[in-house]
Design a protein around this ligand. Structure first.
Ligand code: AMP
Length: 355
């Protein structure tokens, strides 16, 4: 199915990823309708229509679905049932199956390891007794991660020695979890790809990512050193994952660059913060190619257009430097329109195109 321009794309989720998707869609002549429960939505501010309703509001979902020609999502913690309801009324990409796998660390690990991909040693933890067994199996140091609703390092407890188990179990709120062995990695990086409705896959250059306090701080292309060495293998792994999911749209897979090869960490079934550099730095951005994919259009070229591209997140009050950033001729400033610069909140980003 090719969706002609002037059609309406429904986006579930109302954050900055939806905002940048809406901008890309509007450039191609599409209308965007946002569905989100939030009173304030960065995406709705740049969209043609906004339905503010809870994700389990079946009537609102049906009316939304009937008013759009295709639907997609920008947030991986949307209930799978919401997307299954939508799918009954309108074509939806990526599929609810992709999000079901990605939003549950246990399902994700099982699926990815089942494809023969290397992941950190891990064991499921449903209760405190299973945590003791898991520590015996996986060893320490280890990280206890909630199965669901973890992001940017939230929902995690570090276990340096077995005696830390109680504190970690408490820290994650005694919820179903996965225990992961600590990976001694040199660097972290991500693979960004987009898979079209016809199964064709395009990939971008692999960004080298630096996290601070569990939140992405900076992505740089081209990657250097060990990340450059492992990029091709990781890209092949991410392509295998996308194909196995029959995925349509932009997918991000995060990896640890361990001394003996890439270790898969997690995937995001959506456009991703480490791909924001593609807006100015690549021939076609992750946002535009996602829109093209869900509309059944040919995907655009993904080559990097500058010798070096750096994307820096503006977290919390870092965004107050907007005037200084604008005086740098190499800088492209993006602000998401959020009024309050709370600590840890992603307020915007700046991309620098360097020679
Ligand atoms: P995650 O939410 O799983 O991406 O974890 C947030 C951050 O914690 C990652 O970006 C890593 O810096 C670190 N981390 C997570 N899992 C591991 C692991 N198994 N070994 C070492 N570091 C980890």
């Amino acid at each position: 199915m090719i969706l002609p321009p002037a059609s309406t794309i429904g986006i579930v989720g109302g954050g900055q990823l939806g905002r940048m998707l809406a901008v890309a869609a509007s450039r191609l002549g599409y209308r965007v309708h946002i569905f989100a429960p939030d009173a304030y939505s960065p995406a709705a501010e740049v969209a043609a229509a906004f339905t503010r309703a809870a994700y389990d509001d079946a009537d609102a979902l049906r009316i939304f679905a009937e008013g759009v020609d295709v639907a997609t999502y920008e947030f991986e913690n949307i209930p799978v049932a919401t997307l299954e309801t939508l799918e009954q009324h309108v074509p939806l990409h990526p599929s609810p199956h992709a999000i079901a796998v990605a939003q549950d660390r246990l399902a994700e690990k099982t699926f990815v390891a089942g494809l023969g991909v290397r992941v950190a040693p891990w064991a499921p933890v449903d209760d405190r007794a299973m945590l003791t067994t898991a520590i015996a199996q996986v060893g320490t140091p280890a990280i206890l991660k909630t199965r669901r609703f973890g992001y940017d390092g939230k929902g995690q407890g570090r276990i340096a020695v077995p005696a830390d188990a109680d504190a970690a179990w408490d820290a994650i709120g005694e919820r179903p979890a996965v225990l992961e062995g600590h990976v001694a990695f040199d660097r972290e990086f991500s693979v960004l790809l987009c898979r079209g409705i016809d199964g064709g896959v395009v990939t971008w250059d692999t960004p080298d990512n630096v996290h601070v306090d569990g939140i992405l701080a900076k992505s740089t292309v081209p990657a250097t050193g060990i990340v450059a060495v492992q990029a091709a293998e990781a890209t092949a792994i991410a392509t295998r994952i996308a194909t196995a999911l029959d995925y349509v749209g932009t997918l991000a897979c995060e990896f640890f660059a361990a001394p003996d090869g890439p270790v898969f960490n997690e995937m995001a079934p959506r456009v991703h913060n480490s791909g924001h550099w593609t807006i100015e730095g690549a021939r076609t951005s992750q946002f535009e190619n996602h829109i093209r994919a869900v509309c059944g259009l040919p995907l655009g070229g993904t080559d990097t257009l500058y010798p070096r591209v750096e994307m820096q997140n503006l977290i919390g009050d870092q965004a107050h430097a907007w005037l200084d950033i604008l005086s740098d001729p190499a800088a492209h400033l993006h602000l998401y329109g959020k009024a309050e610069a709370r600590p840890g909140r992603k307020m915007g980003h700046v991309t620098r195109l360097l020679e």
